[in-house]
Design a protein around this ligand. Structure first.
Ligand SMILES: NC(=O)c1ccc[n+]([C@@H]2O[C@H](COP(=O)([O-])OP(=O)(O)OC[C@H]3O[C@@H](n4cnc5c(N)ncnc54)[C@H](OP(=O)(O)O)[C@@H]3O)[C@@H](O)[C@H]2O)c1
Length: 246
């Protein structure tokens, strides 16, 4: 791409991923963004480019191995280095453990865990180059997990398990790569007001949910930290007496 810092943001067409991508674009990053649906990711790419950032938008189904491979190739072809990797794409599923079919469990893990693992594995060399280009700051991975990966929520076992696994992946990145400048932060929020929480709006007033701009603010703070400050996890709860609930 250019000499400017570069970020890959998955799940950037809407919700939290779009909010973070927008803040990165405003902060002077060139972007590669992806999402599952061609129309929404192209539209997001245009909106992000209107900030003046160079944006490449790619339609990618992260549940499909060949698409993950193509996304990796796009990054390798277009980027000399990667400064920020935002693992934003994720899918939910709801239902008691006895009722969620294993094929649904596998899909959730494919998108929420396997694709992030494959991206981190293949893109670590570019992230190490990003860290070398900016030794004071290093390169950052920011992964969107969930409070359900830490505290149980009835009906969210598969989703929570996938987010716990994503957190473990990020902690391993810190153990293996933070000494050479690549660190990972997992952000674990309760309900954020996005399309994903549309189904719980009858029980939880969206006005009381965490905002996408709150999460984007945390993600941007992480990108500004020095290489010496490794933040493994940020847990974000909604106000109230039961702080551990989604
Ligand atoms: N909202 C919450 O309450 C909440 C709380 C904690 C954690 N999180 C996590 O935060 C992240 C963002 O959540 P959100 O609420 O912003 O979600 P969202 O509004 O549902 O957006 C999901 C994003 O991921 C993309 N995506 C979904 N499946 C994909 C696939 N198979 N391949 C590629 N991209 C895919 C979507 O693309 P399309 O537009 O093309 O579908 C969209 O850009 C997720 O990982 C979620 O688990 C959310």
């Amino acid at each position: 791409m250019t000499g400017r810092p570069t970020a890959l943001v998955t799940g950037a067409s809407r919700g939290i991923g779009f909010a973070i991508a927008h803040r990165l674009a405003e902060a002077g990053y060139d972007l590669i963004v992806c999402a599952r649906r061609a129309g929404t990711v192209a539209d997001a790419g245009r909106r992000l480019a209107s900030t003046g950032a160079r944006v490449h938008a790619e339609q990618v189904d992260l549940a499909a191995e060949e698409d993950v491979r193509r996304l990796i190739e796009v990054c390798q072809e277009r980027c000399d280095r990667l400064d920020v990797l935002v693992l934003g794409a994720g899918i939910g599923t709801a239902g008691p453990i006895e009722e969620v079919p294993l094929r649904r469990f596998d899909k959730v893990f494919a998108v929420n865990v396997r694709a992030p693992y494959a991206l981190v594995q293949a893109l670590l060399p570019l992230l190490r180059k990003g860290a070398a280009a900016n030794p004071g700051r290093g390169a950052k991975i920011v992964a969107l997990a969930s409070i359900t990966g830490i505290y149980p929520s009835p009906g969210l076992a598969a989703y929570g398990a996938s987010k716990a696994a994503l957190g473990a992946l990020c902690r391993s990145v810190n153990a293996e790569a933070s000494a050479s400048g690549v660190s990972a932060t997992v952000i674990s929020p309760g309900y954020v007001d996005t399309d994903m929480t549309e189904g719980v709006r009858d029980e939880v007033d969206p006005a009381t949910m965490i905002s996408t701009s709150d999460i984007a603010e945390l993600a941007m703070s992480v990108t500004r930290l020095s290489v010496n400050a490794v933040v493994p996890e940020l847990v974000v709860t909604r106000p109230g007496g039961q702080l551990h609930r989604a």
